[in-house]
Design a binder for this molecule. Sequence first.
Ligand SMILES: Nc1ncnc2c1ncn2[C@@H]1O[C@H](COP(=O)(O)OP(=O)(O)OP(=O)(O)O)[C@@H](O)[C@H]1O
Ligand SMILES: [Mg+2]
Length: 244
Amino acid sequence: MSRLVVKNLKKKFNSVWALRGLNLILEPGEIFVLLGPNGAGKTTTLKLITGLLRPTEGEILIEGADLRKDPIKAKSHIGYVPDEPFIYNKLTGREFINFVASIYKVSRADYETRLAGLLKTFDIGEWVDELSESYSHGMKQRVIMCQLLLHNPELILIDEPLVGLDPKTSKTVRELFIKLKEEGKTLFVSTHTLSFAREVATKIGIISQGELKFIGDIDELSRISGKKDIEDIYLRLSGEDGDV
Ligand SMILES: Nc1ncnc2c1ncn2[C@@H]1O[C@H](COP(=O)(O)OP(=O)(O)OP(=O)(O)O)[C@@H](O)[C@H]1O
Ligand SMILES: [Mg+2]
């Protein structure tokens, strides 16, 4: 059974087609990186797969569960980080993490072990008991990454994971993604950071104006575009270089 199956997924906002028929299959152990210019449809795609938006047309299966017919089961496999992460200002980082863990019904034993590891990975132990309103953007991102991983999701969807992170945390995130992949998780990441795609992606998608223009690994993309550098490949295939 594939972890994520997306069939002919379409989304129309008023008269604008934000997504025009996406087909995608992801297996365990894949890191899929979705690239594309502003307004291409990346956030829309992620929100459709997490069930935050209702598709105009199409089908989404997560671990075989149909998101429309069996939403609770399908969503139980998902961990999601939006592009503008939200934490209740009057909660501390720890209270926010506890709150999310309780929604996902994480057992006490799992909670204790996983949290200890995550606090260390993201180096947030010192300020996790302070109110979130005092956190910088990057500090909030780190708390969000903790809550994401606490319920041990199989399918992890992250919109712009590196925005606002300092170089050290950004490196931690890259290493963590590779570790999660090796554990058999599936990651679906949207980003503008091309070096991130080059370093971690097992599969790259390039979307433009709601259409997936290309999908494949970096070698296939180089072959198709006739370019070697990830930036040149991206500009050529997304139609942003003026030639296409
Ligand atoms: N709630 C909404 N109502 C109306 N139109 C929307 C809505 N959300 C997105 N759109 C439109 O859908 C298209 C795709 O937007 P989306 O946010 O998915 O792009 P994106 O690829 O994530 O861009 P960015 O790189 O800027 O984050 C755009 O034309 C946008 O204006
Ligand atoms: Mg976006």
